[in-house]
Design a protein around this ligand. Structure first.
Ligand code: GLA
Length: 327
């Protein structure tokens, strides 16, 4: 009897030992499409925080195209990783990414940009965390509508630079959310000018916006919307480059990372009026923890988690950041 009890205790101790050894053996990849963008650097930072807390290894990988994604996944497989989280450079790589993950016996979760299948439909079997794109876009549109009103502009004489990136569904939803609210508020549909960007960075947005502005020299007041802060900053830089004064421009971005904050810190206001702050902590820390839990404890993450955003302007960004626990 006594012997059995001891054996059971020894067994329990062994189980605990195995449990803690497992954490050290867990290796998780975190692949992002644009490693130079502050948003993704913040995601990595918070994912590393989860790794440190739980004791697993997090491998940061930047993959700007499909080829790099493929080799990153093979590499993770060869290194003995058990899973990865990815924000893909192209959502259409979905079926290929899922197949590569399976071939390497890696658990797969996506963040920010949701994979689509060959018909363009979201791959619902892969757990995903993204932002509530339409709702956040609507917040952008409302902020612009309110500011147009408070500046006393005649809505019928304002032009919109709609920086678009239509191959990315979350980008479409964000921009559509913003334009739909503005149109409901009376913004003329024929003053919405599409500025398709070739890449999702500030330079590509600047180029796209410059074309639009040059085509409409008669427009005095401009508003700008886009997928993220970088897109809207590109549009704002374009207005500056042709000499439109900042008080004639209202740009509201999405993100709230350093790109936006540095803009607010400039001594004089620019056309970048505000941003909807979203949470890199939730996207980085939570996805990394979810993946860890899946690997170590067999607990599958929720199939879909959508996170929210909070408007901040040059005037109140410090307080909003404080309220969100960001300072
Ligand atoms: C996309 C954008 C990023 C960021 C994330 C947030 O990936 O490209 O800039 O906005 O969504 O989920």
């Amino acid at each position: 009897m006594r012997i059995w009890k001891h054996a059971a205790l020894a067994g329990a101790a062994l189980m605990i030992a195995i449990g803690s050894a497992a954490a050290q053996d867990v290796k998780i990849g975190f692949i992002v499409k644009q490693p130079e963008e502050p948003w993704f650097q913040d995601e990595w930072k918070f994912a590393q925080q989860a790794a440190k807390e739980k004791g697993f290894t997090l491998v940061e990988i930047g993959a700007q195209d499909g080829e790099k994604v493929q080799s990153a996944i093979d590499n993770l497989g060869a290194q003995g990783a058990q899973g990865f989280i990815i924000c893909t450079p192209d959502v259409k790589l979905g079926p290929g990414i899922a197949a590569k993950a399976a071939a390497n016996d890696l658990k797969l979760m996506t963040v920010d940009d949701r994979l689509v299948d060959n018909e363009g439909k979201p791959i619902e079997s892969v757990p995903h965390m993204g932002i509530s794109a339409t709702k956040i876009g609507e917040t952008v549109g409302q902020a612009i509508a309110d500011e147009i009103k408070s500046r006393g502009w005649d809505m019928s004489q304002v032009g919109m630079i709609k920086v678009s990136y239509d191959q990315l569904p979350t980008a479409v939803d964000r921009v559509e959310g913003a334009t739909s609210v503005l149109q409901k508020a009376g913004f003329p549909a024929d003053h919405i000018f599409n500025a398709p960007q070739a890449k999702t960075d500030t330079e590509a947005a600047l180029n796209a916006a410059t074309t639009v502005i040059n085509a409409h020299p008669d427009i005095k007041h401009w508003v700008a919307v886009g997928l993220n802060d970088e897109a809207v900053l590109g549009a704002v830089r374009a207005t500056e480059s042709v000499g439109i004064p900042p008080e004639n421009v209202i740009g509201v971005g999405i993100g709230g990372a350093d790109s936006a904050i540095n803009e607010f810190k400039k001594p004089n206001p620019t056309g970048f009026f505000g941003t909807v702050i979203i949470s890199p902590k939730r996207h980085g820390y939570e996805t990394a923890l979810d993946m860890y839990d899946w690997i170590a404890n067999g607990k599958e993450p929720d199939k879909l988690t959508l996170t929210s955003g909070q408007l901040a302007t040059r005037a109140d960004y410090q307080k909003v950041r404080q309220d969100l626990g960001l300072q």
